[in-house]
Design a protein around this ligand. Structure first.
Ligand code: G3H
Ligand code: 13P
Ligand code: ZN
Length: 330
C-alpha cells in the first residue's frame, strides 16, 4: 500500500480550483514509457505548467503498474532537478471497475477515473459512488463520465457518440460525489476523428470539422456552476505529423482532429482538464519514421527515440501555451 503523498504527487482539487478561477485547463497527457514521460515533464517544467500524468489499462498492461508508479515518483524528482517544482497528479485513465480503481489508489495514484458511461444510468451512479467512497477516504479525487464518446477507449469501441444529457448532471454529481465530470460534446478518441468529407474548408483552405456542442457545455455549466468539467478525445491530429507519417511510408488515413481554437474556448469555460494522447503518438511516430528513413544504418534506439522525445516536448509546450493556457500556472 503506497499513498500518493509519499510519492510527492497531488490530487486534482487545488489544480482544478485554480484552473476554473483562471480560465485555463490542466493538460492530461498519457504516458507508457520513459521518453514520453521525460517529454511531458520537460515541457511542463519549461512552460511552468501543472500536469496530470495519465495511465490507461493499455499502459498498465504494457509497462507494469509498479514501474509506472515509480516513474511518476521519479518524475517529481526529475522536475525539481530541471528547476521547477510543478504540481503532478498520477491519474488512472478510463478505470473500468471498482477493483481497477482500488488497485491504482492502493498503488499511489492520486486521482482515478471510473468510466461507467457505457452502463445504464443507475449502474453508472452506483459504481461511481462506490469508487468515490473508497477514494475520498484516502484523499484521492475521482472523475466520472456521462455520455459516450465515439472511438476506442481502451478495450471499449463505441461506433457512435451519445451526447451528455445536461438534465442528468446535477443528479449524477449529487448522488456520486465525483470531483470532476467527463462529458461528451463531439470529441472522440483516436487519430481518426473526422473524415475530410465530414468537414468544410475555411478561407485559407483548412479543413474545419463540425463544431463542438458548446450549447451543451454551457447548459451543464449553468446547472453546475464552478464544477470541473473534463474533455476526453481532444487531440487535434496536426496535419504536419499525418503528412510526415504518410511521406515516410506510414499508411495513416487523412483525418481531422479537434481544432485548437475550440479547445481554447472550452478551457476558458468550465473545462479544466483536457485529455491528449493520440497527438503524442502521431508526433513520436512521425519523428521515428523520419529518422529511420534518413538514417537507415542507425540501430541505437537512443538515436531515434531521442529526436522523437524532442518533437514530443515541443508539441506539449505548444499545447500548454497556445491551447490549454496552463503555462505559467505551476
Ligand atoms: O482513452 C484512451 C487512451 O488514449 C488510452 O489508450 O489503452 O491504447 O493506452 P490505450
Ligand atoms: P485522444 O485520442 O483524442 O488523444 O484522446 C485521449 C483521451 O481521451 C485519453 O483519455
Ligand atoms: Zn479518454
Amino acid at each position: 500500500m503506497t499513498s500518493y503523498k509519499e510519492l510527492g504527487l497531488v490530487n486534482t482539487t487545488d489544480m482544478f480550483k485554480k484552473a476554473i478561477d483562471g480560465g485555463y485547463a490542466i493538460p492530461a497527457y498519457n504516458f507508457n514509457n520513459m521518453e514520453q514521460l521525460q517529454a511531458i515533464i520537460q515541457a511542463c517544467v519549461e512552460t511552468r505548467s501543472p500536469v496530470i500524468l495519465q495511465v490507461s489499462k493499455g499502459a498498465r498492461d504494457y509497462a507494469n503498474i509498479n514501474l509506472l508508479r515509480n516513474m511518476a515518483r521519479g518524475a517529481v524528482e526529475y522536475a525539481k532537478e530541471l528547476g521547477c517544482e510543478i504540481p503532478i497528479t498520477l491519474h488512472l485513465d478510463h478505470g473500468d471497475s471498482f477493483e481497477t480503481c482500488k488497485e491504482c489508489i492502493d498503488n499511489g495514484f492520486s486521482s482515478v477515473m471510473i468510466d461507467g458511461s457505457h452502463f445504464p444510468y443507475d449502474e453508472n451512479v452506483a459504481l461511481t459512488r462506490k469508487v468515490v467512497e473508497y477514494a475520498h477516504a484516502r484523499n484521492v479525487t475521482v472523475e466520472g463520465e456521462l455520455g459516450v464518446l465515439a472511438g476506442i477507449e481502451d478495450d471499449v469501441v463505441a461506433e457512435k457518440s451519445t451526447y451528455t444529457k445536461p438534465e442528468e448532471v446535477e443528479d449524477f454529481v449529487g448522488k456520486t460525489g465525483v470531483d470532476s465530470l467527463a462529458i461528451s460534446i463531439g470529441t472522440s478518441h483516436g487519430a481518426n476523428k473526422f473524415k475530410p468529407e465530414q468537414c468544410t474548408r475555411n478561407a485559407d483552405g483548412v479543413l474545419i470539422p463540425p463544431p463542438l456542442r458548446f450549447d451543451i457545455l454551457e447548459e451543464i455549466e449553468k446547472r453546475l456552476p464552478g464544477f470541473p468539467i473534463v474533455l476526453h478525445g481532444s487531440s487535434s491530429v496536426p496535419v504536419e505529423y499525418v503528412t510526415k507519417i504518410q511521406q515516410y511510408g506510414g499508411s495513416l488515413k487523412d483525418s481531422v482532429g479537434i481544432p485548437e481554437e475550440q479547445l481554447r474556448k472550452a478551457a476558458k469555460l468550465a473545462v479544466c482538464k483536457i485529455n491528449i494522447d493520440s497527438d503524442g503518438r502521431l508526433a513520436m511516430t512521425a519523428s521515428i519514421r523520419e529518422t529511420m528513413a534518413n538514417k537507415p544504418g542507425e540501430f541505437d534506439p537512443r538515436k531515434y527515440l531521442g529526436p522523437a522525445r524532442e518533437t514530443l516536448k515541443e508539441m506539449y509546450k505548444k499545447k500548454n501555451i497556445d491551447v490549454l493556457g496552463s503555462s505559467g500556472k505551476a
